[in-house]
Design a protein around this ligand. Structure first.
Ligand SMILES: Nc1ccn([C@@H]2O[C@H](COP(=O)(O)OP(=O)(O)OP(=O)(O)O)[C@@H](O)[C@H]2O)c(=O)n1
Ligand SMILES: C[C@](O)(CO)[C@H](O)COP(=O)(O)O
Length: 232
């Protein structure tokens, strides 16, 4: 009997895009604001569509989202209308919606819609550097400034050796990521996917990203993102 051919794991993108953009205070969800003439989310989607390594891209939006149909390229991505009250819940809902579609050992690259500066080179760098790591990994930037912590009336310097600023994508195998998020107790403590995996006692690989992959959070970030996109 011929042995079953073991299918190589596939890579899927999951883009949480169900936020409201409160800190942007733009009166509309920030992921739909124009950046260099194109909605922010479309830049992010196009980054994954430009990578030959990505089998398919899924976008999680709020159930009542009225913008996505005009932004998502029809047929090229799949929209999941299951966004939740927090980033973590949106991702958890999205993973649950993909049960039976994504295999347990397939990789899921979770990437913020709000990081439009991602490109195929960064996606490939993450995937090839993580390789077949038993845990997974994420893009991150080493801290280069002095870090302060302000407490009740006092300010202290935090040693920056070994400190990184997490970016996305954060990539984990479907089964592990689902288990980690299911076990997460407080969605407000789990501000990124890696922290849920770390809570299981596992250490994801840190892969140096790029400042162009910034999270567009505040109004001033729009122009910065446009400058990086113009330089690419
Ligand atoms: N309930 C939520 C909250 C956030 N996100 C997504 O998670 C990413 C990172 O979140 P953040 O930058 O905080 O976006 P917002 O939550 O929209 O911003 P704010 O916190 O300022 O409201 C964004 O792409 C956002 O759309 C999501 O899918 N579901
Ligand atoms: C996931 C993340 O982008 C990693 O830095 C960050 O934690 C998202 O935080 P937000 O407050 O949901 O934007």
């Amino acid at each position: 009997m011929t042995p079953m051919k073991h299918q190589a794991p596939r890579y899927f993108a999951l883009i949480p895009a169900a936020g409201v953009g409160a800190r942007m205070a733009a009166g509309a969800p920030k992921q739909y604001l124009p950046i260099s003439g194109k909605p922010m989310l479309r830049h992010t989607i196009d980054a994954f569509l430009s990578s030959e390594l990505i089998s398919h891209t899924y976008v999680v939006v709020s159930p009542g989202d009225g913008h996505i149909d005009a932004v998502a390229p029809q047929g090229a991505v799949t929209v999941l209308r299951c966004g939740g009250a927090t980033r973590m819940e949106s991702i958890r809902n999205g993973l649950q919606a993909l049960a039976g579609t994504i295999a347990s050992d397939d990789w899921v690259l979770v990437h913020d819609a709000a990081r439009p500066g991602l490109d195929a080179a960064l996606i490939e760098k993450l995937i090839t550097t993580v390789g077949s790591d038993p845990v997974g990994g994420l893009l991150a930037l080493p801290v280069v400034d002095t870090v302060k912590r302000s407490g009740a009336g006092d300010v202290q310097t935090v040693a920056r050796d070994g400190l990184w600023l997490a970016q996305t994508p954060q990539m984990f195998r479907y089964k592990l990521l689902g288990e980690a998020l299911a076990a997460a107790t407080d969605p407000n403590l789990v501000t990124d996917d890696a922290s849920a995996v770390e809570a299981m006692g596992l250490s994801p690989k840190l892969v140096e990203g790029h400042p162009r992959n910034l999270k567009v959070t505040l109004p001033a970030d729009i122009r910065i993102a446009e400058m990086y996109l113009a330089a690419s």
